[in-house]
Design a protein around this ligand. Sequence first.
Ligand code: ATP
Ligand code: MG
Length: 267
Amino acid sequence: MKVVVKVGGSLLRDGGAGGLCDDVASLRAEHSLVLVHGGGDEVTQTAERLGKAQRFVVSPSGVRSRLTDLETAEIYAMVMSGRVAMRLVLELQRRGVTAVSLSGLDGGLMRGVRKKRLAVIDDRGRKMMIDGGYTGKAEPADPRLLSLLISSGFLPVISPVALGEENVPLNVDGDRAATAVALGLNADSVVYMTNVSGLLLDDRLISHLSPQEAREALPSVGFGMQKKVLAAIEAVEGGVREAVIASGAAKAPVSSALMHEGCTVIS
Ligand SMILES: Nc1ncnc2c1ncn2[C@@H]1O[C@H](COP(=O)(O)OP(=O)(O)OP(=O)(O)O)[C@@H](O)[C@H]1O
Ligand SMILES: [Mg+2]
């Protein structure tokens, strides 16, 4: 099977990706894998250490996003492709996996459409339009470079930076980036590995949802998980057979997710 695994920044931050990397190393014999990672919190920390305060906005539908000017886009790309991707590549290399880190800029493998204007809710709860800056939505990835790497035995590790129309770096959401890669590769499964077991509603783990049921649940889902549920819906509606949200801290987490154990499946 072709499987895209999104590695949540939440796991990398807590040093909790070791078990996941062990599992990835052993699953490669059976499946074609591509990794996409997140790491927004790490971008925020580094930006603030560099003296660049980060601001976030919330859309009328409740989705939170980073206000991204060019300087922030550059810091975002630097931290994602440098620090976060490097750590993941090193973890994999230690396990004998020939991992290669790339962002959407490399070979133009993931293009993004810039959000020219963003609808946001201000402090007083009023809707207003602001400049979208260097944020965008990832389009289905170009599979050519990825297929070349996979067929030569390399494991692509992709950072959530997309190539904008004007050849600028765009901040794209990591979960949506995983969907874009899954759609471009025509993957069988996309697995979003995070620091919780899946979608919780009233403290209960939801084991299965159709895309429509998932859409109906969205208003009661909090930040972080909401983006995953949206990304999962887009993947399944775009033709990926299943999207799984699961804990990356469990034992053999990718294998368990592919067997639908203790997680949320959208199909
Ligand atoms: N209904 C919900 N069910 C489960 N988790 C939820 C829910 N609502 C909000 N969350 C939060 O979503 C978080 C996961 O998303 P988050 O964006 O923090 O991690 P990540 O996507 O793994 O990391 P990154 O965004 O850096 O890649 C959980 O830790 C949890 O706190
Ligand atoms: Mg997230």
